[in-house]
Design a protein around this ligand. Structure first.
Ligand code: SAM
Ligand code: SF4
Length: 335
């Protein structure tokens, strides 16, 4: 512990400089793959991080070498003091980003700008209104569409997160790619991942290989450009060469990218998760509230990080409901 710069390094030499903070478990949508049908039992407010605690923990991580922070949730923008949290984190001098369902974005344009947010990820799983409403179990399609255009007008980099589910939206892959023809957006196709209560099964998975096959059935090989991925990118990046925007595939299920993982996660109740798929968590909030240093806990947590997907290093383990149902629901992790 003498050298704090090493605290965010794990046993495998991976340096963790990207912190994802969930700032709420609440959400104004009920996406079927994220939120169990009967909801989740929400953590009492007193057990959740307040704005000062979020900023304090984030500052500790920045001091240790974190250079990028992503806000997520639940839906981060439903948090009552979201503007305050965003503005305060914007002062930490990191690359601040956000993943949102887009519904409340119009109220936050100035806040994003003031906080230095340049890129906004919006989750949208269908370009067909009825299907969007069905998967989100709410009716906000038009608002989300409008807000995507608003972000583009306001010159934000816009990334669209699309979770692909077989027989639901895999027939929209090309429609999403067509969006990139005249709009400078990045569409990110995400393999459907197993979490507690999300009715995952392998037959619903649209794999990296299937996505590529679909793209190649529409475009000639010479039209599909493989872009350079950045060093810790979870996405494999592509572009149709005549299009303005690009697309990417995030294949945590069929092609995990654990060897270059630089991410750590802080849940809304102040627990550190060293892997999206890990059910072992370390409560930083309790120790912070007791007035003690959180550094030893951060170090222990990072040192216990497994090489691959929280130890589920083969498909059998990863797809075993007895194992993945021990993890939180996605809405309580934050993606
Ligand atoms: N509410 C915000 C939103 O929807 O963008 C932020 C939180 S959400 C949990 C973060 C990301 O996780 C979203 O892009 C969502 O599509 C993705 N996600 C949720 N459940 C997933 C699952 N089972 N497999 C893959 N991605 C998932
Ligand atoms: Fe809410 Fe995002 Fe989960 Fe959908 S994916 S239920 S918008 S937290």
């Amino acid at each position: 512990m003498e050298n704090n710069n090493m605290l965010l390094q794990d046993e495998f030499g991976r340096k963790h400089d990207y912190l994802r903070i969930s700032i709420t478990e609440h959400c104004n949508l009920r996406c079927t793959y994220c939120m169990p049908e009967d909801g989740i039992s929400l953590t009492p407010k007193s057990h959740l991080m307040n704005a000062d605690e979020i900023v304090s923990i984030a500052q500790t991580f920045v001091n240790l070498g974190v250079t990028k922070i992503r806000l997520t949730g639940g839906e981060p923008l439903v948090r009552k003091d979201a503007k305050d949290v965003i503005l305060r984190l914007g002062k930490l001098g990191v690359n601040l980003t956000i993943t949102t369902n887009g519904i409340l974005v119009a109220n936050f344009i100035e806040t994003f700008k003031e906080a230095g947010i340049k890129t906004v990820n919006i989750s949208i799983d269908s370009l067909v209104k009825d299907k969007f409403n069905k998967i989100t179990r709410r009716e906000y399609f038009d608002i989300v569409q409008k807000n995507i255009d608003l972000l583009l007008e306001e010159k934000f980099n816009v990334k669209l997160n699309v979770v692909l589910i077989k027989s639901f939206n895999n027939n929209e892959i090309i429609d999403f790619i067509l969006l990139t023809k005249s709009k400078n957006i990045q569409v990110r196709f995400i393999e459907f991942m197993p979490f507690s209560g999300n009715q995952w099964d392998k037959s619903k998975l649209v794999s990296y290989a299937e996505i590529i096959e679909t793209v190649q059935s529409e475009y000639k090989l010479s039209q599909i450009e493989r872009l350079q991925d950045s060093p810790n990118d979870t996405a494999k990046n592509f572009k149709i060469n005549s299009h303005l925007g690009s697309f990417a595939i995030i294949s945590s299920v069929t092609n995990p990218f654990c060897s270059t993982c630089n991410r750590i996660r802080l849940t809304a109740d102040g627990k550190l998760k060293n892997c999206l798929f890990s059910n072992s968590e370390t409560s930083l909030l309790e120790v912070l509230r007791a007035g003690e240093s959180i550094l030893p806990l951060i170090e222990q947590n990072l040192l216990s990080k497994k090489a691959v997907r929280a130890g589920m290093d083969d498909d059998l383990k990863f797809q075993n409901p007895e194992l993945f149902s021990q993890n939180r629901t996605m809405i309580a992790i934050g993606g």
